[in-house]
Each structure stands twice: as C-alpha cells, then as structure tokens.
Design a protein around this ligand. Structure first.
Ligand code: UD1
Length: 427
C-alpha cells in the first residue's frame, strides 16, 4: 500500500507550475464522442480520472494516443452499444457525460450509473430533465442511465432547478446537434463550462453565453474534428497550493493560473493576513506568508462559481486550524462534505460540525499521525494539515488524491516540503 508521508513544519518557497484542469478536461474528452472525428487536445493532466476516461473511450472502439503535450482522440468508429464495465464507470462521476454525447450523436445511450466522491446524495434528476426537455425518454433502469430519442432531438427551453455543473455539461452535449434553438437558464457558470463551449465551437457548434446565466445553443447538423483543443489551468490545484503556502509560511509563485478564476480564494487568504499578488501580465499568482505572524480567523461559505469553490472547502478548513480564533466554514453545495473533519480531529484539530457548517477553534497544535484521504479534496486537506503540523503524518488511500492531482508530492517537494511516497506492505 502506498502512502504519502510528510515531515511537517517546513516553509514552502519557490515556483510551481499548475497542470490543466481535470474537471474541464473530462467534459471535453467525452465531447469528442459527440464530435465523431479526429481531435487533438493539448496538455491533458496526468491524473487517474483522465486516464480512466480515455480507457473508457478505447473500450468503445476509439483510438487515443498521447504524444508529449498532445493527445489524439479519434471516435469515428466507436460502437455506441458497447457495454462498458460498471466497475469502470463507477470509478468516476464524469462518465455520465457519455449519455449526453451518445444521445447527441446516435439519439440513444445506455451508460452505467456513475460513482465519484461521496458527498451524500448526488441526484441526477436535472440531467434526466434536460434529456427529456430535448425530446428523449430518459430514466435509470437496473443500474444504467438509459436515454432514447427515436424521433430525434429538438431545441428547447431548459430552466434548471439546481445549479449543476454536470447537468449543464450534459445539456450542452445533447443540444449541440439538436434541431433548432436551446436556451439553458440557470446553468453552472464555472470556467469549465466556458472551456467546453469553446471546444465545441471550435468543432463547428454554435453556443453563446457560456459563463453567464443563460446559454443559447443553435443546433448544427454535424460537428468536425479540431487540431487545437486547448485546456485551461486547474484553479483547484492552484487554490490547494495557495492554501498550503498560507498554512506553512514561505513565498511561492504559481505559474499557469488564471488569477480571475482563483479570486474567491485570494480574497479569503487576504482576509487571513496572507499576501497574494498577481504579476503585471496576469499570468502568475504569488502567495507569501510570514510564518511568525498569526493567521486571522475567517467565515467562508462554499457556493457555485463565482462563489468560493466547494472543491476548496476541505483545504480552507484545514488551513483555518492554524488561524487564531473561531472560523466558520459552511458548505452550500453538497449535503455531506465534512467526512475529512474526523481525520483533522485525529491530528488535534478542534472542529465541531453543526449541520452544513464546521466551527473551527484555531490555534491548537496539530501533530502528525496516521490519517486517511476520505475523498479527493479531503485528501488534499490532509496534505495541507500534514505540511503545517508537528511531526510525521502518513496519509493512506492516496489513490483518491491521484484522481485529481498531477504529481502533488513532486511539486510540494520542489518547494522544499519534506514529503515522499512510501510503499508499505499490505496488512
Ligand atoms: C462537479 C465536480 C465536483 C464539484 C461539483 C460542484 C466534476 C467531475 N465534478 O460535480 O468536483 O464538487 O461540480 O462544483 O466536474 N444536483 C441536483 N440534481 C442534479 C445534479 C445536481 O440536485 O441532477 C445538485 C447536487 O446534489 C449538488 C449541486 O446540484 O447539491 C451541484 O452538483 P453538480 O454541480 O451537478 O456536481 P457535479 O457536476 O456532480
């Protein structure tokens, strides 16, 4: 069994480059199924969710080749009736983007019910609602999402009841080639929605308004491949490194980041007394904290973009353990995203979870011990806690961290952390 082992209390210093954003890359990878021609995508991150999504496409008959920075994906001869093993689709959430992509191209789809991190109930009612609105019959049957539009797909007016990244992606994929105009009201506004729209537009789609509160899609008959699929930098990876520097002290310049995307994180760090600066060209963010100066308490609520990202909620909670006074971290997206708190308590943190709010009494000394990554970002929170705590922290279940972080150990080590991957015999 592999663990991340950290000897804490070392400041982080230097420069680190972020990978591309996993959650933007996944919709684009599955969108190539809709495109149906050869596409080249640049700078896919090397994380297990991406490798798994490519494996799913290969199982369906696609050709996927990684050559340095470029990945070629050719879905021209996939078999839409492939029964992808359930254990593959259940390893991630984004596999359900296949439903929108297959439905858009073949007017039918049958895909195993997805998995993903456990944040309590993760309904898909808004996905089913958009498939139906566009003319398909869609339901969950015996562990599969099944959708069928024998009479074709037709543009429609969709008003989402919940702001959902996944349902917005599926609505865009389903509507891109539907006949007529689709308007999506109350869509998710995350940068990955904009990245997907840009990619599909480069393939001949007609999508406008992505990133605003109304998306318009005029359906086109056919899409074509592109040689220029661009990725965007990973704002959650950047936020994780920003929080880590704030926790340990030091000075780190983060490259390959869009400062606007991390604004809500920057604002909270500044409130805590951390210096965060953007360079003149708006291409890097530098985070600096004097380890001898106390961090101030904060109140933060995770919300859909442009609010503070729920995918940074565990990391900011870990950081507030090192601030003076009582901090409040509320979750406004998921029912139950505080499973990692018990692991922080194991290290000596004083946290009480009341409903959807964690109340953190900061300033107690945290000491390293054996902890678990309960999910992807909960695992990143344990890395931050370990880096800033006394003694040795050993994190297990790190496959969950590898789902979304491209070489977090190597990058932290490059900044001066005492961190390594250690293989222990299985017990
Ligand atoms: C994506 C991200 C995940 C992030 C989340 C919110 C990927 C692969 N995952 O997940 O890391 O935490 O966005 O930023 O990109 N909802 C419904 N009905 C639905 C769908 C969602 O009620 O049909 C609710 C959910 O219960 C949740 C909220 O909407 O409360 C947001 O969910 P959603 O944005 O869909 O999350 P994902 O796309 O699954």
């Amino acid at each position: 069994m592999e663990k991340i082992v950290i000897c804490g209390k070392r400041p982080l210093n230097g420069t680190v480059r972020m990978a591309s954003m996993k959650n933007a890359a996944l919709p684009i990878i599955f969108a190539t199924v809709l495109v149906g021609e050869r596409c080249i995508i640049k700078d896919l991150p090397d994380v297990s969710d991406i490798n798994l999504s490519l494996e799913i496409l290969v199982q369906m008959g696609a050709v996927c080749e990684r050559n340095g920075r470029e990945t070629m994906i050719d879905t021209s001869s996939i078999d839409p009736d492939t029964d992808i093993p359930l254990e593959l689709v259940k390893k991630m959430r984004a596999s359900y983007y296949l439903v929108g992509a297959l439905l858009g191209r073949y007017q039918k789809a049958r895909v195993g019910y997805p998995g993903g991190c456990d944040f309590g109930t993760r309904p898909i009612d808004q996905h089913l609602k958009c498939f139906s609105a566009l003319g398909a019959k869609a339901d969950v049957v015996g562990g599969y999402i099944v959708a069928d539009a024998p009479d074709g797909l037709y543009g429609s007016h969709i008003f989402f009841d919940a702001v959902s990244v996944g349902a917005t992606v599926n609505a865009i994929l389903t509507a891109a080639c539907a006949e007529g105009m689709t308007v999506i009201e109350r869509p998710a506004r995350e940068p990955h929605i904009v990245a997907l729209a840009n990619f599909l537009n480069a393939c001949g789609a007609n999508i406008s308004g992505a990133g605003t509160d109304s998306i318009k899609i005029r359906g086109v008959k056919k899409l074509h491949g592109t040689l220029d699929g661009e990725m965007i930098p990973d704002m959650i990876e950047a936020g994780t490194f920003m929080a880590a520097v704030a926790a340990t002290g030091g000075k780190v310049t983060i490259e390959n980041v869009i400062p606007k995307h991390v604004e809500s994180i920057t604002a909270k760090l500044i409130e805590m007394g951390v210096t965060v600066e953007t360079d003149e060209d708006n291409e890097t963010v530098t985070v600096e904290r004097d380890p001898d100066k106390d961090l101030s308490r904060i109140m933060v609520k995770a919300l859909p973009y442009p609010g503070f990202p729920t995918d940074m909620q565990p990391q900011i909670c870990a950081l507030t353990c090192f601030a003076k006074g009582t901090s409040y971290v509320s979750e406004g997206v998921w029912d139950n995203r505080f499973r990692y708190v018990e692991e922080l308590i194991r290290m000596g943190a004083h946290i009480l979870v009341e409903g959807k709010t964690a109340v953190i009494e900061g300033g107690y000394v945290l000491k390293g011990t054996e902890v678990t990554a309960v999910d992807l970002r909960g695992g990143a929170a344990m890395v931050i806690a370990g880096l800033a705590s006394e003694g040795v922290t050993a994190i297990d279940n790190i496959d969950l961290i590898k789902r979304g972080y491209d070489d977090i150990v190597g990058k932290m080590k490059g900044l001066g952390a005492d961190i390594r991957l250690v293989t222990f015999p299985d017990t």
